[in-house]
Design a protein around this ligand. Sequence first.
Ligand code: XUL
Ligand code: CO
Length: 480
Amino acid sequence: MKEVHRFMLLLSLCLSLSACIALSANTCPADLEAKCGDDSSGDWKGEFFPGIPKIKYEGPSSKNPLSYKWYNAEEVVLGKKMKDWFRFSVAFWHTFRGTGADPFGAPTKSWPWEDGTNSVDMAKRRMRAHFEFMDKLGVNRWCFHDRDIAPDAKTLSETNANLDEVVELAKELQKGTDIIPLWGTAQLFMHPRYMHGGATSSELGVYAYAAAQVKKAMEVTHYLGGENYVFWGGREGYQTLLNTDMKRELDHLAAFLQAAVDYKKKIGFNGTLLIEPKPQEPTKHQYDWDAATSFAFLQKYGLTEEFKLNIECNHATLSGHSCHHELETARINGLLGNIDANTGDPQIGWDTDQFLTDISEATLVMLSVVRNGGLAPGGFNFDAKLRRESTDVEDMFIAHISGMDTLARGLRNVAKLIEDGSLAELVRKRYQSFDSEIGALIEAGKGDFETLEKKVMEWGEPTVSSAKQELAEMIFQSAL
Ligand code: XUL
Ligand code: CO
């Protein structure tokens, strides 16, 4: 195993080195000795994306890949500026820590600013690249795990010091801009200590470590002005029930989340706490399986007032639902808080985290968002990564532009559907038999069985109308 690690490290160094050779004059040599500009710390302050302009709206006829065709931030659609409907966010872990590695292959990306190390200097340089990226893209929200942005060290206090140093830089870079985190989170799945889970680990010491890590991650999210805080339990679940006390683990998870609520209040953090459901991967069975399971858990433990849900489309399909189903389940229960915008692949059974480019899917997503009146203080976080084979720096921009344009088309299509009105009318008509005296009685919870039996005797066999599915699909399709 050690050999494999050494090989991977060597390979990634080689890839970075070949990138060094290909560097243009404006680009910082990707090693800490090079010290670009006047900065002797290696914390380079040069331009990271030379040749990439600020991305502007050019309209649907534009052939320029580095422009928006459908997303026009300031344009008002359905009574709100597009930027306020979406509140787009860049996911630091995919965009700046994604290497293209997969279980079978080495990293494929060799971004010019990367030096192959996981040092604090490298973390700071990467953070500067991230801010230039957001500025050029015109996106003012970002999401992070604590360990994406700063390296782990030997002790928790050393790790926290690393985090503080990078967070201080992020705070400085945010100054004078409207950029803030959409949400922060603690990475409770990578380190071997979390192999049995964090809050649901069988080891008390690990539960405590996870608590300390979440405490710090909440503090830095608050310090950076973050609007939400996410709990995704990739290791909170089980591999087999034979060795698992499920009730005890779920009780521990609830106690952990309650402690997070208490700490949030103690530090005056007003952000929304979000649970991100996912059925499996990496764990065989994850407790936050889907929106309905998470809702039942929150209800059982009296936490519905304190949490909302962060729905991720690829997680929805992994749980056997459509993204639209998960969004509607969250919405009708008052829990739709945020969307991790991505999509899976219909032929692949795992979390491929692709940028959403399906206009029909985007329209369904936006139907829920519009019905929800938007997502604020949540938004759309691009929890999506470039394909392993996409290795140009400009691909980072193209992927986000394409994802943003797709959702913008979804919003515009919803506006068409609402203006047209026939889909809403079809649904209204379908339930119109309940717009009656007896219907009102039933909906008020007063439709007792004796009364209804009497009515059946009086009415005889009911008439049953067509569901008009094909008509509904025709109307939907005509808006795309
Ligand atoms: C994993 C996933 C995470 C969460 C944050 O599938 O979606 O990146 O969004 O931990
Ligand atoms: Co996610």
